[in-house]
Design a protein around this ligand. Sequence first.
Ligand code: SF4
Length: 339
Amino acid sequence: MTADPLLKVTNLTKVYTGRPSLVGRMLGRAPVNVRAVSDVSLSVNRGEILGLIGESGCGKSTLGRAILRLHEPTAGKVEFGGTDITALPAPDMKAMRRRMQIIFQDPYASLNPRRTVAEIVGLPLQLHGLAKTRSEMREKVALMLEKVGLKAGQLDRYPHQFSGGQRQRIGIARALISNPEFIVCDEPVSALDVSIQAQIIQLLQDLKREFALTYLFISHDISVIGYLSDRVAVMYLGEIVEMGPVESILARPRHPYTQSLMSAVPEVEASDKSQRVQLSGDLPSPLSPPSGCKFHTRCPLAIDICRQRQPETERVGTGHTAACHRLKENLSLLEGARA
Ligand code: SF4
């Protein structure tokens, strides 16, 4: 792996505008803006896995889709291989999509039940003109099915004839068939049985090596993220609150939210229990996010300034950043707990 950014995201923001209900419109209510992703900056080096972790509804999937322009960003820039893709016209973006793919969370919902595996996996070949004849397409799909652990003889079957794990393998084959460089893996194992999850994670690792891929791996599961990632970005209510090398994030999480995610992992040593941060309450609604630091409504370290001012992102170690007003005090607490 080289420190060569394949993907660079700068101040990316995605705002959805919701129309008020019929009654709301009759009462003259204005459309509601939801800031699902707010000013996110990050980069992913070629050959790297950047793990993106956060609770359901925090904006992880929206960020993944905005990066690929499946949902158009409201503001900010996405550069891929040195090209600003946010400025690309539609035909150029279509060509770029061959190089940037996505694996979806739900292998049941993401495959068209009326299409055969050959048609589903072969579609990107058609879209990008990568197979001249039907037989060439079938040959390429058959080869790819074998790469993901399915059989070439299953080409003409339909999605319902496969198990959940096999369907996710079909989704992976569809993402890989156009020979991309970068894949957004959007919770690719969360809908699967635990026994199948490890197989799919292993497959994604093997394919990454074989095809020299780069992943943005989205998950709400810190164990999966910790196992797979080279670097980790922690997201809370649309913002990146901490980011750094996986070893540093796991051994020395500096943001109280990251600490609370770590506390939920049973394998954390008993000696570290005194530093555990218990997460209370639910994720606030992005419709009316808290003022200042968005985590203040759940943070055990919150003080007045947290409610008033958004914290700046600060460097806390090599390649490790966090956004919190109480980084120094929190470090003393961490060290005290370890002493
Ligand atoms: Fe907690 Fe304040 Fe830090 Fe936010 S800024 S994480 S509320 S201590």
